[in-house]
Structures are given as structure tokens and as C-alpha cells.
Design a protein around this ligand. Structure first.
Ligand code: SF4
Length: 319
């Protein structure tokens, strides 16, 4: 059994609710290094698994690593990482202050488990004592507004952007695609509150689903609503489908969009990433709606009130 599978098997149960069970899993590390081509150097995911159960979720493979079922268990066996704040404090001492860190890249940091176990909040409390870090956080949950005061403190000392994912404004489509995630209107309301609190906030319609959420009209509506709510920027990229995500997404298409299923199989069956002209067309479409609504492509840099420059190596050497 590999290390993470053994740790999952040894995890003590925190609580069981309906079909969802919560576990506490020991972690050796909280900061995960990314591949060099990513816009951030490190990621933090306080939970493994995610109750929101988005049909396209790419992170399902993480449960496969633990020897669990990547379809059902991913949504029903949620693992909260133990001692995340202590480990983070220790690990931060070893990495350059300028390294960008992203929270919630694999699983949602404000999924329902956070209401009970507060692992994301504990991580933010660590950053509220740091200075000069470059941080971002991504979520599709309005629970993020619970931590507005804490996020403001983090943003006073570090560069922070909050990215809210809204794939569509169509409530019934969102319910199909993301069955247990907060409604799009609640996410927009979260954008409003975060922006009103002076935080840097953007909206990501990710993943953009070919022939489902990719029309110019749908993206345009979303951009307009994001702008009206106070978002500063709009991102967006086409869906990629890892094999573990295909196992859930293809049957979902078969049931709800039967005409699309063979087309998706044909395009994604061989490769998780779309090839050809489509990714470029989507990028152009997003760029057009972004421009139309006066949104940026990413968070504008700002200098936090309590910023601290990273000490220069040369000066350190003189100490
Ligand atoms: S919110 Fe994110 S992590 Fe959770 S199921 Fe949806 S895509 Fe996956």
C-alpha cells in the first residue's frame, strides 16, 4: 500500500452525516509544489474530496491515489488534513517570501466540511500573521464571506486575490452540473460582499464546457453580472477531462445531453486536453466579453498597507 493509501486507511472518523463521512488525515506537508508552468509555485488544499460533486471535477483522481472510489467516495468520504496550520508555519520558513501560493486549487476550501472543521480558516489565520506573501484563493462557495474580516487582515499584510468560480448563471443547469454547490446567485452575492469589503475579487467561469456553457451570450451575461457585483477581472479556460473525471462526466452527458456524449468521447477520449482551434476560440471569446465589460484578465498588483519586501540575498550574506 502506498503512503497516502495507508494514511487514509488509518484515519480516524471525525463524523458521519447522511451518506457523507468526515475523516481526519495526517499530513506530512501542506504546501505542494506545482509544475514550473503554473502561475503559482505552491498550492494548499485543506481537504481531500469535495461534497459539491461537480460532474466535471478533475480532482477525483486524488481519491484514486488513496485506494478509494473516485466517483462516489470523492463526494462522500471527505478528509480534513490534520495540523495544517502548524505544518504550514514550519514550511513557510523554508520557502521564498515571493513564491505565489494558491489555496483551493484541487478541492474547494469552503465546501460544507469547512463550516464544521475550519481547516481553511486555520490556514488563513497563519497568513494573517505573515507579511509580504503572494496569495490567491479559489472557491465556488458563499461560505467564504464568513471569513471576510480575516481575509481583509490577510490582504493588509500580503497580496491576496479571491477567485469565485461561476460556470453559468442558469440555475437549473448549475444544479445539474454542480449538484451540491451554492447557487450562482449566492456566489455572485459573495462577489458583491468581498468587493464591498475592499478585497480584490475576480470571477472564473471554469471550466468552460463545449456546447454547454461556452456561448458568447452565456459568457457575456456572466461577465456583465460579475462586473456589476464588483469583480475586477474575468478568467476562463476550456474543460479538460482526466480519465477519472471522464468516468463520471460521460455517463452524465449520456443522461442529460445524449447528443453531446459521442462528440465529447471523440474529442476527449484520447486526450484530457482539447486540441485544434477550440481552446483559442474560447480564449478569444472570453477576451471579447472581458473587454466589453471593462474587466481585467487577472488581478491587478497592489501594495498592501503592511507590506514587507523580501530581504535581498546579498544583504543576508553580510549578516
Ligand atoms: S467544487 Fe471544485 S473540488 Fe469540489 S467537486 Fe466541484 S470542481 Fe471538484
Amino acid at each position: 500500500m502506498i503512503g497516502i493509501a495507508r494514511m487514509a486507511a488509518e484515519s480516524s472518523r471525525l463524523e458521519a452525516k447522511k451518506q457523507v463521512e468526515y475523516f481526519e488525515i495526517a499530513s506530512r506537508s501542506i504546501l505542494n509544489r506545482t509544475k514550473p508552468n503554473m502561475p503559482f509555485r505552491w498550492t494548499i488544499n485543506p481537504y481531500r474530496g469535495c461534497e459539491f460533486g461537480c460532474r466535471y471535477c478533475y480532482a477525483r483522481y486524488t481519491h484514486e491515489y488513496m485506494g478509494l472510489d473516485d466517483a462516489l467516495d470523492f463526494e462522500q468520504k471527505i478528509y480534513a488534513k490534520a495540523a495544517g496550520a502548524e505544518i504550514l508555519r514550519r514550511e513557510l520558513r523554508r520557502i521564498p517570501q515571493s513564491d505565489p501560493i494558491a489555496i483551493g486549487t484541487a478541492t474547494d476550501p469552503y465546501q460544507p466540511a469547512e463550516r464544521r472543521f475550519g481547516r481553511t480558516r486555520a490556514i488563513l489565520e497563519v497568513f494573517a500573521r505573515e507579511r509580504g506573501r503572494r496569495l490567491s484563493l479559489v472557491t465556488k462557495s458563499d461560505l467564504v464571506t464568513r471569513d471576510i474580516e480575516l481575509l481583509r487582515e490577510v490582504a493588509r499584510r500580503n497580496v491576496l486575490s479571491v477567485n469565485v468560480t461561476i460556470t453559468t448563471l442558469d440555475e437549473s443547469l448549475a444544479r445539474l452540473l454542480e449538484p451540491r454547490a451554492p447557487r450562482p446567485e449566492l456566489r455572485l452575492e459573495a462577489v458583491r460582499k468581498l468587493a464591498a469589503a475592499g478585497l480584490v475579487v475576480g470571477v472564473y467561469p471554469n471550466p468552460i464546457l463545449p456546447l454547454i456553457t461556452d456561448s458568447e451570450h452565456s459568457l457575456d451575461q456572466l461577465a456583465g453580472a460579475a462586473r456589476a457585483a464588483g469583480a475586477q477581472y474575468l478568467g476562463g479556460g476550456a474543460l479538460f477531462l482526466m480519465p477519472s473525471a471522464q468516468k463520471v462526466f460521460f455517463p452524465f452527458l449520456q443522461r442529460h445531453f445524449p447528443a453531446l456524449e459521442p462528440r465529447y468521447r471523440e474529442r476527449y477520449g484520447e486526450n484530457a486536453y482539447l486540441r485544434g482551434e477550440y481552446p483559442g476560440l474560447v480564449r478569444e471569446r472570453v477576451a471579447r466579453v472581458r473587454k466589453r465589460h471593462g474587466l481585467g484578465a487577472g488581478p491587478a498588483d497592489y501594495r498592501p498597507e503592511l507590506w514587507r519586501e523580501e530581504p535581498q540575498q546579498g544583504l543576508l550574506a553580510l549578516d
